[in-house]
Design a protein around this ligand. Structure first.
Ligand code: NAD
Length: 488
């Protein structure tokens, strides 16, 4: 096991949490630090049997949990969230070690992740139904909201805690059980979360965390008819495939998939705010966020000023291993991620773009084996470049020039993705017109940061189905039941 100093060493687990027990396996998966290549730990490489055991245990656990009051369920969720904050530093260190983001960002994610548990602890008490005006004088109609049942969740590596609590919070609040398969790249954060769930009093069997082989575990989670709902955050290609399998047993499906966010800077924008917004949206988590600006569309009149101001800020970002210092940017998750950024840079340069800063891999001292790419700004990127058509998922800002508002909207909407978009303008009419015209689930207006537990998060088109967080986020975990009564 890695030499990772923690105040609560039991948070670092090399066992999976299945049906209320910590279980091992002969077959193991290695977890490594993307900044150094160092081995951190081994986790069990589980398969279908463990997934079935988790489902088996979830059946009675969910029934008992659903009978509790919302207040009682909320109390457990609240304790779980408080424990996350109490162990914020340890959770952040585990996350930085396996995922790579700078420690300051990891601490931020712990707080963000805990905020969903706090929020849904409160929402648990506010699940109310309706009494409808009936269609006939001798009828009464009641609408109840009931938990959907057992939920299966598959989550990605880029936000190893928050993508779990954004699902587990509403699931448990609603009275569901949840079986989680975290990314094989970041299982340690998920297991630490399970340690705290157990400490908080989440009943045995209600929550399982399965580490291991995605395909056989996924087959059970998408195919077992006892699972009522499947919720997935990850790439569009995998999400589509798994969602299709869920239809054999007609599961409820929620999908949080990839984005291709435009960040539009109009001539009338506040230049400093636009640059700040682009920095926050593009370079957080080394550009590995689903909502990060993927295409920076900049109007001609402000183009040079924006390009110069942005590249000065980006060129000043420090890069290194998050556990070794307070760097602004960590490594990418693996070599494939670096290769994708390289391909997008090469394609843009071949089609007339030029480098303002960065443009290549870097090897910070002491982290030569890491997967680092320099924070990069390219100018004069053609609007049909690869980086405009695909999610780069790396620290690459490509600037595309436009002339008119109509042109910007057309470029922005010219994609199958529809997750987040950003608009920078000081014209109050445009501030209504453009967000209304954008075919996206979320729009940041004069800000590059939009994620919060109080607002619905999710996309349109091929970016997903359903919403997470906020009061709306409960709906995905509740079923409506109508009772129609004859009254004499
Ligand atoms: P990914 O699709 O490769 O993996 C996501 C999860 O699916 C992982 O747990 C993986 O093990 C699992 N998986 C892969 N193949 C599987 C299979 N055949 N059966 C069962 N499970 C399988 O995605 P990733 O690289 O981990 O995450 C990055 C992607 O996630 C990006 O596209 C990003 O935009 C997206 N994302 C979206 C949101 C959102 O809220 N919309 C949030 C974060 C990330």
């Amino acid at each position: 096991m890695a030499n990772l100093t923690l105040e609560h060493p039991a948070l670092l687990r090399e066992a999976a949490f299945v049906a209320g027990e910590w279980v091992g396996a002969v077959a193991k998966l290695a977890v490594t630090n993307p900044a150094t290549g160092a081995l951190l730990a081994h986790v069990p490489n589980l398969g279908a049997d463990a997934a079935l055991a988790a489902v088996e245990a979830a059946v009675p656990a969910q029934k008992a949990w659903a009978r509790l009051t919302g207040k009682a369920r909320g109390a457990v969720l609240r304790r779980w969230g408080e424990l996350m904050i109490a162990h914020q530093e340890d959770l952040a260190r585990i996350m930085t070690a396996e995922q790579g983001k700078p420690l300051a960002e990891a601490r931020g994610e712990v707080a963000y992740a805990a905020s969903f548990l706090e929020w849904f602890a409160e929402e648990a008490r506010r699940v109310t139904g309706d009494v409808l005006t009936p269609h006939a004088a001798d009828r009464r109609i009641l609408v109840r909201k009931e938990p959907v049942g057992i939920v299966a969740a598959i989550t990605p590596w880029n936000f190893p805690l928050a993508m779990i609590t954004r699902k587990a919070g509403p699931a448990l609040a609603a009275g569901c059980a949840i079986i989680i398969k975290p990314s094989e790249l970041t299982p340690l954060s998920a297991l630490a979360l399970a340690v705290l769930a157990q400490e908080a009093g989440v009943p045995a069997g209600l929550l399982s965390v399965l580490t291991g082989d995605a395909a056989p575990i996924g087959d059970v989670l998408t195919g077992d008819k006892r699972i009522a709902k499947f919720t997935f955050t990850g790439s569009t290609a995998v999400g589509k495939k798994l969602a299709a399998r869920c239809m054999d047993t007609v599961k409820r499906v929620s999908l949080e998939l990839g984005g291709n966010a435009p960040l539009i800077v109009f001539d009338d924008a506040d230049l400093d705010a636009a640059v700040e917004g682009a920095m926050a949206s593009k370079f957080r988590n080394a550009g590995q966020t689903c909502v990060c600006a993927n295409r920076l569309l900049v109007q001609s009149g402000i183009y040079d000023a924006f390009a110069n101001a942005l590249s000065a800020k980006v060129g000043a970002l420090s890069v290194g291993s998050g556990l070794d210092g307070a760097f602004d940017q960590g490594p990418l998750i693996d070599g494939r991620a670096v290769a994708k950024v390289q391909a997008h840079v090469a394609d843009a340069l071949a089609h007339g773009a030029s480098v303002l800063t960065g443009g290549d891999t870097v090897s910070p001292a002491g982290a030569e084996q890491g997967h680092f790419f320099a924070p990069t700004v390219l100018r004069d990127v053609p609007r049909d470049a690869l980086l405009c058509r695909e999610e780069t998922f790396g620290p690459l800002a490509g600037l595309v020039r436009f002339e008119t508002e109509e042109e910007a909207i057309a470029i922005a909407n010219d994609t199958d993705a529809g997750l987040a978009a950003y608009v920078f303008t000081r014209d109050i009419d445009r501030a209504w017109r453009v967000p209304e015209a954008l075919h996206y689930g979320m729009v940041g207006l004069n800000t590059g940061l939009i994620s919060t537990e109080v607002a619905p998060f999710g996309g349109v088109k091929q970016s997903g189905l359903g919403r997470e967080g906020s009061a709306y986020g409960m709906d995905d975990y509740l079923e409506l039941k109508m009772v129609c009564q004859a009254v004499q």
